[in-house]
Write a protein that binds this ligand. Structure first.
Ligand code: FAD
Ligand code: DLZ
Ligand code: SF4
Length: 519
């Protein structure tokens, strides 16, 4: 008897556990483009086209390697709506398949659905661990057990030791674990970000784009220009060009933003790593080799490796440790609705218009835009975590809940009450002004807090502190800013509150009817 092996759209790795013991003569590999996965949140059109094109290329590679593949395209009239339906149809259509094997999905909603599949399909279903991560969920659980705080930095050090990356004996190379302090420079006028290598879509990718336009025309985002690689070769090329042309400058301007510069020195590799086209450890080893060959400085290479073996592994561990309760928390009782401009970019705040406009065009914005512009606004304005999480899930090509949720819910919104971050990443316009050139062309005045022309981030910042003073009171890292808040007179605070409320009302960030839950 043979096995039906289901491969999901973010499992496009030849080493994926569901294929480990695949038998080309008896087994059938199933891959299916289904409406349910494209619409459970209404993903950006570019993301759907990227995933479909990459799935098609992966299926071709498997066939060339001698496997039997059953592939359903979204355009087929008989396509089932979801992965369960496609699995049932494949089992019915092909004789001699007595069980289903699948690698565990990266989202809790799908894993919990799959746990009921054996009953629904009337066949055994084997859910295998996803061992493409460097830290298993059990290892993360063991690391977290008994700790009072789960800070990423300590986890990262353990991952450095475990992988041996940038280590000499048991010590970090350069005598320090972390060079982050050197990575916070503003972009000087005399320095321009490097030109990026961005591939053109091939004929197969164009077909996937046409299918998406036909089927998901009303989803957010632009399909053109399309510049993601959609197969392993292309993703490896993108990585190679990054290592050669961008990595040496990766560290210095890591937190900087500049108008009309969507990429800066960021890697643009997350969408490839997350769907399985690039291996995270191999990517880190290649970066380390650049440092060892003296082609890239240590602050750049350490910063890059920290993002992958540190942050990426850490958020994934945290997600599986804390779900499903994690998603329900709303520690700051944030209750307003997401303003419409998050979907259009139509706002006179230059920083927000840049971040959202680039997101719409590219299905990408770099980390500081996600955290300190759109995320910071959502935090300060008290937008409800569910609406904000849905937005981040929809709009980025690299978004899967295991990575999106801890970053949004925990890092940007502090909705988990400090599980991930030691304090909210709340900042006024002064931070955005320090790290970017956005404010120089903005019609708002970054030096003003009240008045119609005052930068909205300023009143929102102080009003955020006022609203959450009691909740943040015991946090030692908030002491200084809360002392500054205490120095403001009642009259000043009343003016700030009026300005913040008037602004939020004017952009349609409506307060909820009832009280938000505070878990
Ligand atoms: P670079 O900035 O060049 O970093 C290199 C690599 O490190 C990335 O490719 C990625 O694999 C990894 N990495 C860096 N930061 C993180 C991080 N915080 N968490 C996990 N991996 C990281 N990342 C996603 O992959 N998917 C998401 O849905 C996502 N949502 C986010 C939402 C918010 C509110 C915030 C603040 C961050 C989010 N991130 C997400 C993390 C980060 O912003 C992206 O990984 C990064 O912008 C991807 O672009 P890049 O490849 O150019 O990364
Ligand atoms: C993101 C995505 C999309 C848009 N479409 C599909 C699809 O049609 N078929 C599929 O197998 N996977 C798709 N994916 C990826 C899944 O949503 C992803 O595997 C789960 O969210 C778990 O991470
Ligand atoms: Fe953004 Fe305020 Fe600067 Fe305008 S002035 S770009 S709103 S931070």
């Amino acid at each position: 008897m043979g096995v039906l092996r289901l491969v999901l759209g973010d499992q496009l790795s030849p080493s994926v556990s569901s294929l480990a013991d695949a038998d080309p003569s008896n087994d059938l590999i199933l891959m299916a483009e289904v409406a349910a996965e494209a619409t459970y949140v209404r993903h950006h059109k570019k993301k759907i086209a990227f995933v479909f094109a990459a799935m098609r290329a992966f299926a071709r590679d498997l066939e060339e390697a001698g496997f039997r593949v059953r592939y359903t395209k979204i355009s087929q009239a008989d396509a089932e709506a979801d992965l369960l339906g496609e699995s049932a149809r494949a089992l019915d259509a092909h004789e001699g398949l007595d069980r289903l094997v699948v690698t565990k999905p990266g989202e809790w909603r799908l894993l919990s659905a799959m746990e009921g599949w054996a009953d629904q399909l009337g066949r055994p279903v084997e859910l295998r661990e996803d061992d493409r991560f460097l830290c298993s969920t059990e290892q993360f659980e063991a690391w977290a057990a008994g700790r009072k705080s789960l800070r990423m930095e300590y986890f990262y050090r353990e991952m450095r030791r475990r992988t041996g990356l940038l280590m000499e004996d048991d010590e970090p190379v350069g005598g320090r674990w972390n060079f982050d302090k050197e990575n916070r420079k503003r972009l000087p006028k005399s320095v321009s970000p490097p030109q990026r290598w961005l591939p053109e879509p091939d004929a197969e990718t164009r077909k996937a784009m046409a299918d998406v336009e036909e089927r998901f025309a009303d989803h957010f985002g632009d399909l053109e220009p399309f510049y993601f690689a959609t197969d392993r070769c292309g993703a490896e090329r993108a990585r190679e060009r990054f290592m050669q042309e961008v990595l040496p400058g990766f560290g210095d301007y890591q937190d900087a933003m500049a108008k009309g510069e969507p990429w800066m020195w960021h890697a643009l590799l997350s969408m490839y790593i997350n769907c399985g086209l690039l291996d995270p450890l191999e990517t880190c080893r290649l970066a380390e080799a650049e440092w060892r060959a003296e082609r890239a400085p240590l602050n750049a290479v350490e910063g890059f490796i920290r993002q992958i073996i540190g942050w990426r592994e850490y958020v994934r561990g945290l997600y599986w440790l804390k779900m499903p309760e994690y998603k329900e928390s709303n520690a700051l009782a944030a209750e307003r609705s997401l303003p419409e401009f998050y979907w259009t970019g139509d706002t006179s705040m230059v920083c927000m218009a840049e971040a959202i406009g680039q997101t719409k065009r590219n299905a990408y914005a770099h980390h500081i835009q996600r955290l300190m512009v759109t995320g910071n606004f959502a935090l300060l304005a008290g937008l409800h975590p569910d609406e904000v999480n849905d937005w981040y899930m929809c709009v980025y090509a690299d978004a899967y809940e295991w990575v999106e949720l801890p970053n949004t819910h925990g890092m940007a919104l502090y909705a988990d009450g400090g599980v991930l971050a030691s304090k909210p990443y709340a900042a006024s316009g002064a931070y955005i002004n320090r790290m970017s050139d956005y404010c120089t062309t903005c019609s708002y005045d970054v030096n003003k807090t009240v008045g119609e022309d005052a930068c909205p981030f300023n009143a929102l910042y102080w009003d955020f502190l006022r609203r959450n003073q009691a909740r943040l009171h015991g946090n030692p890292r908030m002491g200084l800013v809360l002392n500054n808040l205490d120095r403001k007179s009642d009259d000043e605070l009343a003016q700030i509150e009026d300005r913040a409320e008037a602004f939020l009302d004017s952009v349609g960030a409506k307060p909820a009817q009832g009280l938000a839950s505070e878990n």
